[in-house]
Design a protein around this ligand. Sequence first.
Ligand code: CA
Length: 612
Amino acid sequence: MNKKAITLIFSIWASLALISVNAITVTRVEPANWWTGMKNTNLQILVYGPEISKASLKIKYPGIKVLNVSKTENPNYLFVYVDIAPGTKPGTVPLEFTNGADRFTYNYPLEARTDKTGAQGFSAADVMYLITPDRFANGDPGNDNLEDVSVNRQNPNARHGGDLEGISRHLDYLKDLGITTIWLNPVQENRMPGGSYHGYSITDYYKIDPRFGTNEEFKAFTKTAHDKGLKIVMDMVLNHCGSSHWWMKDLPAKDWINNNGVYVQTNHATVSVMDVHAAPSERAAFLNGWFVRSMPDLNQTNPHLAVYLIQNTIWWIEYARIDGIRQDTYSYLDYDFLARWNREIYAEYPDFNIVGETWYNKSTSSAWWQKNSRLSNKDSDLKTPMDFSLTFITQSAFDSKTDNGYLNNIFEDIAQDFIYPDPYNVLIFLDNHDMTRFNRKDETDLKRFKQGLAFLLTTRGIPQIFYGTEILMTGVKEEGDGNLRKDFPGGWPDDKTDLFSKSGRTEMQNEAWDYLQKLLQWRKTSPAVTEGKMIHYAPRNGVYVYARVKDGHTVMVMLNSSLADQTVKTDRFSDITGSFTTGRDVITSAAYNISEEVTIPAKGELILELGK
Ligand code: CA
């Protein structure tokens, strides 16, 4: 080859290389699509690509107006804000980028808002069943070992292979038990070293973790649940992302992550946001510190990030028609952001419900967060806080060896309900994925189990049950979080026992399961318990009596925490009993004459539907 030819080839190669360097490249656009007919007509489109901010953008599409094309100090990002006028037709919206002679068109899908099912919200008429998706059932072993994450069921902190298909196959089991609503620990991508099986280190907010399934499979899962009359609550984590999140390698802005993207530990001083004596430095250290090193703390006061996160939530509701949200580490987020997030969601979906993880020892702090609270000078618009205070009391209230137990503590705690704007709309639970299980270790009798569940499912509030409670699954926090989130036996193809089926369970497990099923199935039919007012009496001789009352329906609950049978005169409870003379036990269907006295067995309970 002569020198001239080599020069020619080189110059062709160089010009091609030049084109590819200068060519406009878009590597990521979020959200991947949007819809016409949303109440909020504004849309932010994040565009990511090498030096994309040097390109100019035009959009010609009837009804769409570009409001702002915003740049940050990172040239690889553009935040495009458009208005989608009412009546705009669905279609493909061309985002036309030009940079000198280079042109690139990204076809953005604008879809019709057609599916009006779902987004139902949840209420005290529901019972929520919390599932750790990695640990419930493995319906698709084919998705177990993907990318750089592999399954190891011997390691309590590794991935175990559970997935959406596994849960889907057990929806009938849950329906049979009497559950109405499923709360899933986060299902978005956690492509983290070590697996991050729990889901709280999100690495892509718009993607279902491929080890659980695809976005399409999640949408189909929600639809299947709805077809069976079940609701789905999605766990959202907007306080922090995972350290392997795609944007951590090239942050859109220095202040995208608190403390300029450098790890500083939060002090977990959750009360500092409401404490009138809090040192300002402690409050700032709480809000701006990271939850742990592997969870960078998102700065929701960055205006682009705030819109990004709100849109992401609305995208999931609209895309998958989920019915509710549980927001993680609620108090760690920026207050004004949370208020705006709630308001924008409820503006789009008025029936929706959101529960916030308001983890406090005292109910005053949880109540501070609830919508319409008089305790705060601003309104966070959170409909449902979590009542951790009651949880901590119930963990010891039903102990089998303690005479008279701690029922008085329950009574006194609930007597503080004046602090809540709406005490009927708080989430109540005996345990969850972060706490020692209600069945701490193998119990020798079921009295504590029955009292605890009877109380949970008849007092005020929205009850939540952790998966495995019905088969007496045990777990102690001191032995590690993985121990609280054991695999449900029978969920894996090679499991030797199947506790999803009656024949696989022990006699004791079946007694617990059957009791819970009776309670749950009955609860669905009782307007008194699901909608009724609560009236209670101070415990005497270890007996706590309360009622739920609605439109002539009255349910009277009597819990005996003492070690002896207790016979109580019923004239003291005339506010409840009125002209009723009989009570039907909702578990055994036995009839009681309540006109004079009732005997409650030692460490037992009666749930009576009153009649004449
Ligand atoms: Ca799997």
